[in-house]
Design a protein around this ligand. Structure first.
Ligand code: PLP
Length: 302
């Protein structure tokens, strides 16, 4: 488990590569949800998602070739960091991966291997390849890197009393919990996942990692199992965990586009979907992390 010292070290590393992302309030959006929202724009990262912070921090400490597996934003983050450090990265993606996402990874210079029908197949194949295998969920350095997002957010907005974070493997929410506990202990952190892929939610409620069906069309939230490292932090510190439907997530993407002029992929809009669905859980000033922008062409059309 990373400590705040690890997070402060990560900040130095990440800041050498990325400027802070903006965080804004939008009057029409505030009016629509009935309270002040602070929208943190990780969709403004060069890779279109927050995961690049974790990848830059992890790869700073590795000097071997990297192997990993992912359907999208983790792949792009590792490819970006590998390019920054002049490292070679091989990324195993399931055969059905969206062509635009494959091309985005290849354009950063990483090698893509298409294998299997799902993430479990891709993971199994990645384990057979030479190089340092990077798990998308169980790497403390990824959590420490991602935590720099929440340092930025609380430094600019120490008044947040609720923070809503989308959850897949749980690294982002675990990072939010770590930082909130240290610098904003009054702030409640609430996780949100798709009801069609509830593995992290159900693992948190059960107090042990469970496997669940994985039927959401929302990429970043689609994990079929709980990850032990993040779950341990979430169990200790997460205030609540909400499930939202995929249709509600799409509706929230539309609201962000219209009222905040910003593009979110499904996972990036899950926080706002939770805010709209569960106003009873919220305080007066609520942070919502738009974790990513990388909608597929199908999602954009919808
Ligand atoms: C990966 C991802 C998430 C979920 O983050 P975890 O750290 O896996 O819980 C949310 N949104 C986007 C855009 C992502 O890429």
């Amino acid at each position: 488990m990373p400590t705040m010292r690890d997070v402060l070290k990560a900040r130095r590393i990440v800041a050498a590569h990325l400027p802070p992302t903006p965080s804004w309030s939008y009057p029409l959006l505030d009016e629509a949800v009935g309270r002040r929202l602070v929208v943190k724009h990780e969709n403004a990262q060069p890779t279109g998602a927050f995961k690049v912070r974790g990848a830059l921090n992890l790869l700073a400490t590795l000097d071997e070739d990297i192997v990993t597996y992912s359907t999208g934003n983790h792949a792009r983050a590792i490819a970006y960091a590998a390019r920054e450090y002049g490292r070679h990265a091989t990324i195993v993606m399931p055969e059905h991966a969206a062509p635009l996402k494959v091309r985005a990874v290849e354009a950063l210079g990483a090698k893509v291997v298409l294998h299997g029908v799902n993430m479990a197949d891709a993971e199994a194949h990645a384990q057979t390849l030479p190089g340092r295998l990077v798990s998308p969920g169980d790497e403390p350095a990824l959590i420490a890197g991602v935590a720099t997002l929440y340092l930025e957010l609380f430094e600019r907005h120490p008044d947040l009393d609720t923070l809503v974070v989308p959850v897949g493997s749980g690294t982002g929410a675990a990072a939010a919990c770590l930082v909130a506990a240290a610098v904003a202990p009054h702030c409640r952190v609430i996780g949100v996942q798709s009801a069609a892929s509830p593995a992290a939610h159900d693992s948190w409620r059960a107090g042990t990692c469970v496997q669940r069906g994985n039927h959401t069309r929302v990429d970043g939230l689609a994990t079929g199992r709980g990850f032990a490292g993040p779950q341990e932090i979430l169990r200790a510190r997460l205030h609540d965990f909400v499930l939202v439907g995929d249709d509600e997530i799409d509706a929230a993407r539309g609201v962000l586009a219209r009222l905040a002029g910003t593009q979110a992929e499904g996972a990036g809009a899950a926080g706002l979907a939770a805010v709209r669905q569960r106003p009873d859980l919220l305080g007066a000033t609520v942070g919502v992390v738009v974790t990513g922008a990388n909608a597929t062409e199908l999602e954009l059309a919808r």
